[in-house]
Ligand binder design. Structure first.
Ligand code: FPP
Length: 241
């Protein structure tokens, strides 16, 4: 096998359409989405992937009907609490990106408890993106740096990429190498926009509850075939320089 991504990010789209096609409600679609998420973190860990980031709730998802927002929040809390033992057994460490402050207290506590309980895991870092949006994350970082500059603690010319990265909630995870999106849409929807500068993108027509190990392998095979040049030419990569 050729190159393997160190960090995979997934936009889990299509729960609603999957449910609608089966005469089920959206809640059932999200519940099946959680099962698909369980399958994929296990498969990714078994394949030696170091980082997996799942887009569970975006900053713009607050605009959804109140019932659905509550359902998505509850599912995220339950996912963390109920998976804790499995993550510990597999050496998976949970992390979160986004703004935890606006989350319901019970959900935040369940997630923080699992982050603590799994902190010794070394096999894979599983990052849940919750109330996450790349623009919002960048805004927060820019404001924090501006405040330090205003306080006289930082000169504008001292601001470089590493400093900016440290202020992002994604500061502890590496750039994403492969972004997978289910559900047929071909866009990033404010997911890891800064961290995906050199990412390969893989889009599937399958709806998220249908996503399985075999589809992950297809994405990994496609990634291995692609040549990542990071701004260099194909000749430079082949012959050095
Ligand atoms: C998109 O489906 C999915 C989401 C808005 C959130 C993803 C959430 C889950 C998979 C459940 C929670 C998962 C975890 C891991 C806690 P959609 O509702 O936009 O589907 P549609 O485009 O077909 O309507």
């Amino acid at each position: 096998m050729g190159n393997r991504p160190r960090h995979i990010g997934i936009i889990m789209d299509g729960n609603g359409r999957w449910a609608h096609a089966r005469g089920l409600d959206r809640a059932a679609g999200h519940a099946h989405g959680v099962q698909a998420a369980t399958g994929v973190y296990r498969a990714a860990c078994e394949r030696g992937i170091e980082h997996l980031t799942l887009f569970a709730f975006s900053h713009s998802n607050w605009k959804r009907p109140k019932d659905e927002v509550e359902m998505l929040m509850r599912l995220s809390g339950e996912f963390a609490a109920q998976s804790q033992a499995d993550w510990k057994a597999r050496g998976i460490r949970l992390q979160v990106i986004g703004e935890l402050d606006e989350l319901p207290t019970t959900v935040r506590r369940a997630i923080e408890a699992t982050v603590d309980a799994t902190s010794a895991g070394t096999a894979m870092v599983l990052t849940l993106a919750l109330d996450y949006g790349a623009r919002n994350d960048l805004l927060g970082a820019v404001r924090a740096l501006a405040a330090r500059a205003q306080a006289g603690l930082l000169l504008p010319e001292e601001i470089d990429e590493p400093l900016l990265r440290r202020e992002l909630t994604t500061g502890a995870i590496p750039d994403v190498d492969l972004i997978i999106r289910t559900g047929g849409e071909k866009r990033l929807s404010d997911f890891l926009m800064f961290e995906s500068a050199n990412a390969e993108l893989f889009f599937l027509e399958a709806m998220w509850p249908e996503f399985n190990e075999a589809m992950l392998d297809v994405a990994l095979e496609a990634f291995a075939r692609r040549q990542r040049r990071f701004g260099r030419t194909a000749e430079q990569l082949a012959y050095g320089g």
